[in-house]
Ligand binder design. Sequence first.
Ligand code: KIV
Ligand code: ZN
Length: 518
Amino acid sequence: MSTEMDQTRITIFDTTLRDGEQSPGASMNLNEKLHIAELLEAMGVDIIEAGFPIASEGDFEAVNEIAKVIKGSVVCGLARSGSMDIERAAEAIKPAERARIHTFISTSELHMKHKLQMDPEDVYQAVIDSVTLARNFTDDVEWSCEDGSRTEMDFMCRCVEAAIAAGATTINIPDTVGYALPNEFAGIITELKERVPNIDKAVLSVHCHNDLGLAVANSLAAVNAGARQVECTINGLGERAGNAAMEEIIMALRTRQDSMPFATNVKTEDIIKASRLVSTVTGFTVQPNKAIVGANAFAHEAGIHQDGVLKNALTYEIMTPESVGLSESKLVLGKHSGRHAFREKLKELGYDLGDNAVQDAFKRFKDLADLKKEVFDEDILALVDDTVVRDNDRIRLVSLEILCGTRHQPPKAGLELEIDGEVKSTDAVGDGPVDAAFNAVQALFAHEARLQLYQVHAVTEGTDAQAEVTVRLEEGGKTVNGQGADTDTMVASVRAYINALNKLLVKREKTAPSALSA
Ligand code: KIV
Ligand code: ZN
């Protein structure tokens, strides 16, 4: 409760696995979600919103499995106000040591009239009923007024007071459509604190979307006005333009202690690792000039800047690269390095993998070390992200051979895939080597998906660098991104393509999003 809480401590509520996953194309499988949840826990995130259990069997299973393994963070499941949603969320989070139900309903006139087609009084009653029901399952209940920033203040105050009286311990105010300006959003928090008589019995939280690029600014304005929980995602992943980026929130709080003397529990040194993992798993590459985690965020190009930084880093650097977990690219291991050294390196990079996963990653590392003169931390990270999070895949690459160039017309691909445990092979031709390889995938695993994006980037410098390929596929209005890494660009391309296909298979199980707009 806010009265007992340290008022300088900001609770970090991560919703990468729920709101982040609602981002078109960002679906994740169970294994990938477990990896992300474990990393969020290790980082010190207070609450992990693991999913929306009623949305699909897959969502339920993910929340349930995360609830079984996560001990250091509260595990939260989302539910609309109906009893079926709340009971399903309660069932999913049951194994958690600390479990939260997050229930919500729209309170703006626009949403009540057109989306819910409910009278305000019925919505008010649903607030009381949903929170009361959720409290039967756990003492930790969060209530959100969807489209909060466009809700009429008298009605919001009534609903918030009723939710707290019914037992809500956290009250979350979403800027669902990313419409608010910082001064307006701070005003909402101030008004709630002034007008809701029992407001001191709950923690005030904010959940901002980034449609106008203001999600982080709005979240920080709310903190200054008295909010003590911030909802956010790694890399700002989320519906449309995304949610407030966790890395930006925690680094702003750390860097501007002079003006915002608040602390979080999150280890900022894990930021880059988390950013990379989420980017690899979702296939959403981070723009180079993205704050905190972009490739250029700590790079100084202009001579005058470089000169200043060499004389004193503070001239142009307001944070150190080390504070977010960036270190100089280091030569790490060579082709003679053994399993023990490799396992130690993984630990240093923050991966605590099981024996089978280490075995797989070690094999890939040996192959890489044979091909590449120098193996850097970035290579190991790309390789582990590419190998380890994929053990549930139905389609796997066994081998690939490409014939192309001026002497081979048309380009030809020989491909072997393992599909549901059975190895199949084929040859295919195409307009270019990528086209030939993707035609071979199509021949072995027939599908209707259309290729929307094919993108390559080098993990490190040099012509022997690993290529990291992103492939976006669309099928029946659903999009997925796949990624693959390898020193051979064609192998990376096929890995990325089949990664996207594996995700599409997961996505097919999901309920239509319109039925579940959150
Ligand atoms: O943006 C939103 O309103 C939400 C709620 C479910 C909190 O995601
Ligand atoms: Zn949201």
